[in-house]
Structures are given as structure tokens and as C-alpha cells.
Design a protein around this ligand. Sequence first.
Ligand code: FUB
Length: 307
Amino acid sequence: SVGILVGASAQEEQVQYKTEGNPLFSHKYTADPAAIVHDDVFYLYAGQDAGDGKGYHIPNWVVFSTEDMKTWTEYPIPLKAEDFKWSTGPSAWASEVVERDGKFYWYTSTEHATIPGKAMGVAVSDSPTGPFVDARGTALVTNDMTTEWASHSWDDIDPTVFIDDDGQAYIYWGNLQCYYAKLKDNMIELDGEIMPVDLPDFEEAPYIHKRGEWYYLSYASMFPERTAYAMSKSIKGPWEYKGILNEVAGNSNTNHQSIVEFKGNWYFVYHNGALPRNGGSYLRSVCIDYLYYNEDGTMKRVQMTTE
Ligand code: FUB
């Protein structure tokens, strides 16, 4: 069943929704979920698919929070693609938020206005729900920076940022080729070289998480996309491929995941195109299912549900 609307669908104010099953929300299309847990609250960030269903038209991102995975608060639009003055068009592609020292950094991919291709930026806020402002005034990574490894002009997309136990932050991203680099402590500058990461059938949407001594690098694989993953004992690899984590999600060519632990459960957050009537590859909807691990640390394949 789809989410039940219990509030008005306004966007200037906070609105509450009760959800029952997947997709989570039915009052708007949401894609490329990124989740974090902060102070026992689960925050969900997504792009808002808002086109005619024939191509990507994603003018802004949205943010929700929940304390029980059932009642969600939606906040005023926290960030728009046009807030990055160096970018152009309704190109609020996949993004991710990370907290450091009380500030929330929002890493994004959008279309660059003057350097042909996609680029990544970073916005910052004192609150997980924004408002966020461009932290640099320029892109963090542009197409011309990855020339040596670049596979095409829009491969600088889908950032995921992970802060390791020693405090060093890393950013991973890519399309067809996966890249990574260190971030400086200020979180808004690369620190050193951009390096390639070779993963079988890598399409896009890398996501890093850690559980115990294992680092997990999950990613969208093949097309239509399923989620595959690799594991390592180090954030820098080598990464050992472990297979498929989630199959192609209903009625969507893309599948973009985020993995978090919240109140003792692990959650696999992704999108499909399953909303009745117009849902599809360009009008997507966020879903959440439980994630379980095997004793050896590998992850069990996700069982997608509608309940
Ligand atoms: O939403 C636009 C793009 O589609 C994302 O950046 C990719 O991960 C795919 O989901």
C-alpha cells in the first residue's frame, strides 16, 4: 500500500505524513534516497522527480525525518539545484548528507553551467533539515578534473561521503567508473589525487557504510540496475565483490541505495517506479526494507516489500 496523506501537501511549512508500506510517500515523487541518523532521529534526503515522466526533471531536493519509521515530518525545501549558482537546469541528481562537528554537509551532483557535463557541489547547514547554502561558490569536482580516468562527461555524479574512525573523510562517486578522493578536514575541498576504484559491472550510486570491522561499498550495477556490493577491511580497499544485494526495483531502470542502522535495525533505503498511474524510471518513489547480515558479515539479499 502507498503512504496515507494526513496533512496538506504544502511545501513552505512542516507537514506530517503517516506511512504504511512501500512506496513510502504518494504525495510527490522522490528519488535517490540518502539516510542519516542523528540524535536518534532518522533523516531521509531525496531528489524530487517533477517532470513529465520522459526524462529527468529534478528541480530540488526534499528532506523528511522520523522517530518511529511510521510518522514522517517533511520540511520546507532545503536545497534547490539553482542554489548552486555555477550549475544549470533542474538537475538535482543524487546527493548525500554527512554531519561533522555539528555542521551538516550536503554533497550533490548537478549539471555544470560552463564546464560541459555533470559536476558535484557541497552545501552546508547548522541543521540536518536546512536551509542549506552552497559552501564553496564553485563546484567541488568537475568533468575536467577526472580526465585521466574519465569515462564520459557526466561521470562526476552520485557522491557518497564516509568519515573513517581516524577522522579522515573520503568521497566516492562515479558513473561507469567509480572514483574516490580524500576530503580535507574542512569537508569542502579535495585533499590529494582522485583515484579509480575497479568494481565489476559498476554503473553508479556508490554508497559506503561500516559495520564492525567491515567496510561495505554497495553500488548500482548493470542496467536496469540492481544493487551489488563489495567488502573490505579498509576504506581504501582492496574491495572483494560479494554479489547482488537487491534486484531491479519495480518499474524503474535505476536503483539507488542508502544503508543505515536505526534503533537496532538495519534499513535498506532505495527507490522504485511503482506509484500507480505515472510512476516509472523518471517519476520514482522511495522505499525502505529491512536489511539482514550473515554471520560472516555478508549481507542477505533484500526482500522488497509493499507492506
Ligand atoms: O536521479 C538521477 C540519477 O539517476 C542519479 O544520480 C542516479 O543515481 C540515478 O538514480
